[in-house]
Design a protein around this ligand. Structure first.
Ligand SMILES: Cc1cc2nc3c(=O)[nH]c(=O)nc-3n(C[C@H](O)[C@H](O)[C@H](O)COP(=O)(O)O)c2cc1C
Length: 316
């Protein structure tokens, strides 16, 4: 997720079994072949084959663009640097990106989705897979199935569907039943995405979409134990307890410790606050902590505040 999930976040989120794979922030492709440093910046895992998090969970590299030739050239570049899978982003709703003909803007023309996927598929010559991520459409869902079929026809090996149109942004609800409509019209694996915040959401999304796999976005940050909780429940039928504030705070502290090895403290302060802000979803204690520390500018002071609260929040 652009601006919020980097390699260290991926590392922390995959330390407890739950995720099968992860995706980088998108690499923006315009009309040139980007230099290796851009790929290494988005995907530092490329420097340590087999391009996985330290726990061994594969990292797929995501490209966002609309020019088939440029996407193909950058997919080749990524392949030459060791990428294990290329994902194409047709879901980004950002105005700036869409104005420059990227992300969800292509969903208005399934033929262009097809051309983009096919160009990358052909460029990769079967060495590694190309996958795609779409929303249900741009302004409406009229072309949802056509876009999904375009990804399959272009050679996508898998499709993630974020169950909202571009114009719906991130507003609930996610229309999981629409993922089912799409799934029935393609033969590649379809992964359901959007608004899966709890075990109950997971089950409902699975049931309505008919998908056996889901992708977690914001909820992976809000509750780093959601994926492990889902995995545990699937394997044992047992519900693990909800994640406490202390568990969340510990993740933030580990994250800060890792980030401060490579970034100035003032930047780490912003990053920790950003993640804490995501944790407010579903956690009143995260909200209280966010309100209390949001004006702090000194990293140790910020982390100490979280430690104090951790002691208060920890079970007796
Ligand atoms: C801040 C932010 C950045 C995102 N960046 C990306 C991205 O780089 N690539 C991508 O495929 N999706 C990106 N997404 C979309 C998420 O992957 C996901 O599809 C969306 O948030 C819906 O799932 P969720 O309800 O589980 O968050 C981003 C979402 C947010 C909120």
């Amino acid at each position: 997720m652009e601006g919020v999930i980097d390699a260290l976040t991926r590392d922390l989120l995959t330390r407890h079994a739950g995720f099968d794979w992860t995706v980088t922030e998108f690499v923006r492709v315009v009309d040139t072949r980007l230099p290796p440093r851009v790929f290494y910046k988005h995907c530092p895992e490329l420097t340590q084959p087999p391009v996985a998090t330290p726990s061994g969970i594969p990292v797929h590299l995501q490209l966002l663009g609309s020019d088939p030739a440029a996407l193909a050239a950058n997919a080749r570049q990524a392949l030459s640097l060791g990428a294990v899978s290329i994902d194409l982003n047709f879901g980004c709703p950002a105005k700036l990106v869409n104005r420059h003909d990227g992300g969800a803007s292509l969903l208005r023309q399934p033929e262009r989705v097809y051309q983009a996927v096919k160009a990358v598929h052909d460029a990769l010559e079967g060495e590694i897979p190309v996958t795609a991520k779409i929303r249900l459409g741009f302004a409406n869902r009229r072309l949802a199935v056509a876009c999904a079929q375009a990804t399959e026809a272009g050679g996508a090996a898998q499709l993630v569907v974020h169950a909202r149109t571009r114009d719906e942004g991130y507003r609930p609800p996610a229309h999981w039943e629409w993922i089912g409509k799409i799934r029935r019209q393609v033969s590649i694996p379809v992964v359901a995405n959007g608004d899966i915040w709890t075990l109950e959401d997971y089950w409902k999304a699975r049931t309505l979409s008919g998908c056996s796999d889901v992708m977690l976005g914001r909820s992976a940050l809000a509750d780093p134990w959601l994926a492990p909780r889902i995995r545990h429940w699937l394997q044992t039928g047992e519900r693990l307890p909800e994640s406490s504030w202390a568990m969340r705070a510990n993740v933030l502290k580990e994250y800060a410790a890792l980030q401060r090895q490579q970034l100035p403290d003032r930047v780490v302060v912003s990053l920790v606050k950003q993640w804490l802000a995501q944790m407010r979803q579903g956690s009143g204690e995260a909200e209280q902590n966010f309100q209390r520390v949001k004006r702090l500018t000194e990293l140790d002071q910020l982390l100490d505040s979280l430690i104090v609260d951790e002691q208060h929040a920890a079970p007796a």
